[in-house]
Design a protein around this ligand. Structure first.
Ligand SMILES: [Fe+2]
Length: 167
C-alpha cells in the first residue's frame, strides 16, 4: 500500500488524486470510529435503562442503534472506495472516536436520554466540520455522505431532546 499523508492507500483507478483521498480517508476514519462508538452507546442505553417509560425509551434506543449501524457501513465503504483500509474494530474505534466514554452506571431514562443527547450533539458538530472539510477538498460524494449522516444525527438528537425540552 502506498502511504499518502498518514493514511495508507490501496491502488485504485478512483479519479480523485491520492493526497486528497488520503485526507478524506483520515477524516472518514474518525467518523467511522465515532459511528461504531455511538452504535454501542445506544445499545448500552437500550439494555440498562429503567423507569416508568421503560418500553418507549427501550425501543427508541434500539431504533437509534439500527440507524447508526447503517452509517457505520456507509462510512466504512466510502472510506474503502477511496482506497483506504477501514479501521472497524472496537479497539481502533476507541482510539478514533470523538466522543467521551459513555458511563457504565447510568440507569434512569432521563440520564440516558441526556447523556446520549450529549454524544449526538458532539458528533453533529464534528459532522459540520467534516462536511466543510470535504467540501473544501472538492470531494462532493464524501460531503454528501456526511451531510446525509448529519441530517439523521440531528433528527435523532431532536428525538432525544424532545423528552426533556418543554419549558
Ligand atoms: Fe434488544
Amino acid at each position: 500500500m502506498a502511504k499518502n499523508g498518514k493514511a495508507k492507500l490501496h491502488p485504485t483507478k478512483h479519479p480523485l488524486n491520492a493526497n486528497l483521498r488520503g485526507s478524506m480517508v483520515e477524516l472518514l476514519q474518525k467518523h467511522l470510529g465515532t459511528a461504531i462508538d455511538i452504535t454501542y452507546q445506544t445499545k448500552q442505553a437500550h439494555w440498562n435503562v429503567k423507569g416508568m417509560n421503560f418500553i418507549a425509551v427501550h425501543k427508541l434506543f434500539d431504533e437509534l442503534h439500527e440507524t447508526t449501524e447503517d452509517y457505520v457501513d456507509n462510512i466504512a465503504e466510502r472510506l474503502t472506495a477511496l482506497g483506504g483500509q477501514a479501521h472497524g474494530t472496537v479497539q481502533a474505534s476507541s482510539e478514533n472516536t470523538v466522543l467521551d466514554p459513555y458511563p457504565l452506571d447510568l440507569v434512569k431514562s432521563e440520564d440516558h436520554l441526556k447523556r446520549l443527547a450529549d454524544s449526538y450533539a458532539k458528533w453533529s458538530s464534528e459532522l459540520i466540520k467534516g462536511i466543510e472539510e470535504a467540501s473544501e477538498a472538492g470531494d462532493d460524494l464524501t460531503e454528501d455522505l456526511l451531510t446525509e449522516v448529519g441530517r439523521g444525527i440531528d433528527e435523532s438528537l431532536y428525538f432525544l431532546e424532545s423528552h426533556f425540552q418543554s419549558a
